[in-house]
Design a protein around this ligand. Structure first.
Ligand code: PRE
Length: 329
């Protein structure tokens, strides 16, 4: 896709930013955005919070927003998930997965044992619980709106007793020194990000994901089982299933579901139709290409298989006789 096109095909206008992301410069979100060959070259706007990014898209100030949604250690980024589920109507256009390594940094000359306060984004802090408990057990943990914002604050602070947990690039940007590298609790740490827009579903690629939220009917017990059986009956593979409180009443939950397939696939559409008819509400969050190191290859394989299947079907259908023709010849 050329750099002057947005995912989904809408042509952007003017010289303004096309994609808002969780800033300031130096966040993992910025790194993930830059790593995507289509999104990376677009003019980008760093905003202070995930909420501001999503609002900017809702209000039409930018066509696209880019935000973290899920971490391998900590699970869902609730600030993103809850807004997409309950507050805004946006559609996921793309997902990007990034390897995440967190570093403890402070102003030059600060020692680990000097630290009385550590600032970071809560999702990042949660990924380093083991390190914090064993190496800086007495330091107070203070939340910031992003890791880079934490680094920026520490760089601007006059106190030598405060550190930030942030990406390596943030140390360089905000004049900090790294005191401990790769402090995340698991070495294979990754975070998934999504690009959202107000409308439009990207064309199927053959290797796609569909995200939806299912709200149970209160008058029918066992509805999770009923929901899952619709996927199982159609052999649809779920890549995520999470329950979230609906915020309306204790004990009432909705289910966030990611499945392999695209809304343009008849089997997916059929499944969603049945769920829509049976449940209190189904919210469609988008169908979009799946991320992954081998995503390109898998898409190419799916395209080849699809073309072969098309030829096979065309050959069979070419044999369909015209109405009234004899049963031979
Ligand atoms: O604060 C940042 O740098 C972000 O991009 C946010 C975020 C997250 O929300 O998970 C992104 C990746 C890491 O998991 C830690 C923080």
């Amino acid at each position: 896709m050329p750099a002057d096109a947005t995912p989904g095909g809408a042509a952007p206008g003017g010289d303004g930013p096309l994609v808002a992301y969780l800033g300031p410069p130096g966040t993992f979100t910025e790194e993930a955005l830059a790593s995507d060959p289509d999104l990376g070259p677009l003019p980008a706007l760093p905003l202070a919070t995930i909420g501001e990014v999503l609002e900017a898209v809702v209000e039409g100030r930018v066509p696209l927003g880019f935000v973290p949604i899920e971490n391998a250690i900590e699970g869902s980024v609730h600030q993103t998930v809850d807004r997409l589920v309950f507050d805004v109507d946006l559609l996921v256009q793309r997902e990007v997965v990034l390897d995440v390594h967190l570093h403890l940094m402070a102003r030059p000359g600060t020692r680990l044992e000097d630290l009385e306060e550590i600032v970071s984004f809560p999702v990042a802090i949660a990924q380093c619980q083991g390190f914090l408990a064993s190496r800086v057990p007495r330091a107070r943990v203070v939340p910031a709106s992003s890791t880079a914002e934490a680094a920026r604050r520490v760089g601007a602070s006059r106190r030598g007793s405060v550190g930030a947990i942030a990406p390596q690039v943030a140390a360089r940007l905000y004049g900090l020194e790294i005191l401990a590298s790769a402090i995340e609790d698991h070495p294979d740490n990754q975070t998934r990000f999504v690009c959202v827009a107000r409308q439009g579903v990207p064309a199927p690629t053959g290797h796609d994901k569909t995200s939806l939220v299912c709200f149970q009917r209160t008058d029918r017990p066992g509805s999770l089982h009923a929901i899952l059986s619709e996927f199982a009956a159609r052999d649809l593979n779920l890549t995520k299933l999470e329950s979230r409180p609906t915020k309306r009443q204790l004990g009432r939950y909705c289910f966030l579901i990611d499945l392999e397939g695209h809304i343009a696939d008849e089997v997916v559409a059929d499944c969603l139709r049945v769920l829509h008819a049976e449940l209190a509400e189904v919210k469609f969050l988008g169908s979009y290409p799946q991320a992954g190191a081998d995503a390109g290859q898998r898409r190419a394989r799916a395209r080849t298989a699809w073309r072969r299947a098309e030829r096979w079907m065309a050959e069979i259908r070419a044999q369909v006789r015209a109405p009234g023709s004899p049963l031979w010849g």
